[in-house]
Design a protein around this ligand. Structure first.
Ligand code: ADP
Length: 553
């Protein structure tokens, strides 16, 4: 038998082996991808048919298709099997992966950990996270799950590799978001704490101011009440309960009217309705029954609306002050004024008569004539004063009545100013009067008003001698005004000048009783007109009255 082979024989053998290798590689690929489930293998006993168990085939396909990497290592750590997924994770073609030592893909810093995990994996299932490096030396985080396998060829270690890149990124983003969330929570907590502090402080302030209000309200001799925006009563102070003897429940109901004088109810309702409609403060006088003796006593009620930012009324606050004693005092004063002025009137008239008789004597020396003239002047002033006091009494008794005719107010203003120019020679009284300003009125009384305004302008302008009198038509009204540049009024005093006996304390003496403007305003009221004043302290005032225009007679 020949032991050596010829060159041709060896060449043919090699060709045969190459064909077998190619067939084997194709078979492996077909098996891997599940294209075949049986194959014929030729051996010394001739061709034999090997069928792949269907379960094995399923797993093979499954492993190929799953998105995790899967490798099997022999006991030296060399890769026996790898799915295509692992090869693409690492960035190498599959044939190059098989046969490589797995440690090749482990960065140095993870080598120790990998050894530990794989040693454990040989014993029992284990897991761990490590980084692998791909062909470009980039680190990729993986979760490695180790399982040892009993293969026909011996023991092997299977590793399933899950790419954790997306998970890690998500975790990082989640961590950042959590940090932001935590920061926001801390911020919110801080704000909450601050808010709580503010609320505590405000609550304390509120409590204090409410107690303060209640203490004051309960300890003043004035009735205090508050209502909701719609007028429903909310609160009455102690004075109210003591005064009226009503309970809170009665006070909040219609029974509250038991404490009021029946004759005042209609006016009360009207004033209240007007105030609610116009959202304006109100004041009026009415009688409240004092429980202790059952007497009705006069009170001055004042109410004020409190509005929110949108202008809606959210509450009404009010007071009622017992003015019975002052009213009685006033009545006594009125009575005295009435009696005194009547008593003075008659003797004064006779004095005036006698002085006039003396004045008519032709034989009187010149000095006596001068005295008579001076006496006449004083008598006139006294008469003017007494007439004013009588007017006050008439107003108090509701008896200020006079006849009215249509007349030309322009004439009246012209002649009044003419007189005043003679009376107050030091003053420059200028006149701006429209013609034909007809009104229905009492010319004497309106003259009294105008003279009063001009004499006040003179009296309260010590340094500025300029006065302007105007009479003009404004729409369907005639407005007469007197402007001066004198001492003027504060806002507070401006509101009070038409009250009876009101005088501003200026520190300098100026004669008067504080009744001229009161009488004037009552006269204008009687004409259904209005009177007002615009004034600025130290700059002067404009007093005016307005009457409905009438058509000429
Ligand atoms: P009186 O007799 O005091 O002048 P009036 O009723 O006419 O009384 O006026 C009341 C008060 O109003 C005066 O005391 C004065 O303080 C103030 N008053 C009136 N007219 C003027 C004015 N033209 N300028 C400044 N204050 C005035």
């Amino acid at each position: 038998m020949r032991l050596t082979k010829t060159y041709e024989e060896l060449l043919a053998e090699m060709e045969e082996l190459q064909i077998q290798l190619q067939e084997a590689q194709d078979a492996i690929e077909a098996i891997r991808t599940g294209q075949v489930d049986a194959l014929v293998v030729r051996n010394g006993n001739g061709p034999q048919l090997y069928t792949l168990k269907s379960a094995d085939q399923t797993y093979r396909v499954f492993i190929e298709k799953m998105k995790e990497g899967a490798v099997t290592l022999d006991k030296n750590g060399v890769i026996l099997y790898s799915n295509s997924q692992f090869a693409s994770m690492i960035g190498l073609p599959l044939p190059l992966v098989i046969g490589i030592h797995f440690l090749e893909f482990i960065p140095a810093e993870f080598a120790e950990l990998f050894k530990k995990l794989s040693n454990k994996g040989w014993q029992s299932d284990s897991k761990g996270e490590i980084h692998l490096k791909n062909k470009n030396n980039q680190r990729i985080p993986f979760l490695l799950s180790f399982t040892s396998l009993e293969l026909d060829e011996g023991k092997a270690l299977s590793i399933i590799l899950t790419d954790l890149t997306v998970q890690k990124e998500t975790e990082e983003q989640l961590r950042l978001k959590n940090e932001l969330l935590e920061e926001a929570r801390r911020h919110a907590d801080k704000m909450n704490e601050e808010l709580e502090d503010i609320v505590v402080e405000r609550t304390r302030d509120l409590y204090l101011s409410r107690e303060h209000f209640k203490f004051l309200a309960d300890n003043i001799p004035v009735i205090v009440w508050t209502t909701e925006g719609n007028g429903n009563a909310v609160y009455f102070n102690r004075q109210w309960y003591e005064y009226t003897g009503l309970s809170l429940e009665d006070s909040k109901s219609e029974r509250c009217q038991q404490a009021l004088h029946q004759d005042d109810l209609a006016l009360l309702r009207q004033v209240w309705d007007d105030a609610v409609k116009n959202k304006k403060p109100f004041h009026f006088e009415y009688r409240i029954k004092r429980a202790v003796d059952g007497s009705f006593r006069w009170h001055l009620a004042k109410g004020e609306p409190f509005k929110d930012e949108a202008g809606k009324i959210i509450a009404w606050f009010g007071t009622s002050t017992d003015i019975e004693d002052q009213k009685k005092e006033m009545e006594k004063k009125d009575e005295f004024i009435s009696t005194a002025s009547h008593e003075l009137k008659t003797p004064l008239s006779s004095v005036k008569g006698y002085v006039q008789l003396i004045g008519r004597q032709n034989t009187l020396p010149g000095t006596v004539n001068q005295y008579v003239a001076k006496a006449n002047e004083s008598i006139n002033k006294l008469q003017h004063l007494i007439n004013n006091l009588l007017d006050v009494s008439k107003i108090a008794a509701g008896k200020l009545k006079f006849t009215m005719d249509v007349f030309n107010l322009s004439d009246l203003v012209n002649s009044c100013v003419e007189d005043c120019r003679h009376m107050y020679g030091a003053f420059n009284i200028s006149l701006e009067v429209e013609d034909c300003l007809y009104v229905l009125g009492n010319s004497e009384r309106l003259e009294q008003v105008l003279m009063n305004l001009i004499s006040n302008a003179v009296k309260y302008s010590p340094d500025h001698k300029e006065i302007i009198v105007r009479a003009e038509r404004k729409n369907d009204h005639i407005v007469v005004s007197v402007q001066d540049f004198g001492i003027g009024l504060t806002e507070e005093n401006r509101k009070q000048v038409f009250e009876r006996f009101f005088r501003v304390e200026t520190g300098r003496f100026s004669p008067g009783l504080g009744i001229g403007l009161y009488i004037s305003s009552e006269i204008i009221k009687e004409h259904n007109g209005t009177m007002e004043v615009v004034s600025k302290l130290k700059q002067g005032s404009v007093f005016s009255f307005s009457l409905a225009a009438a058509t000429s007679a």
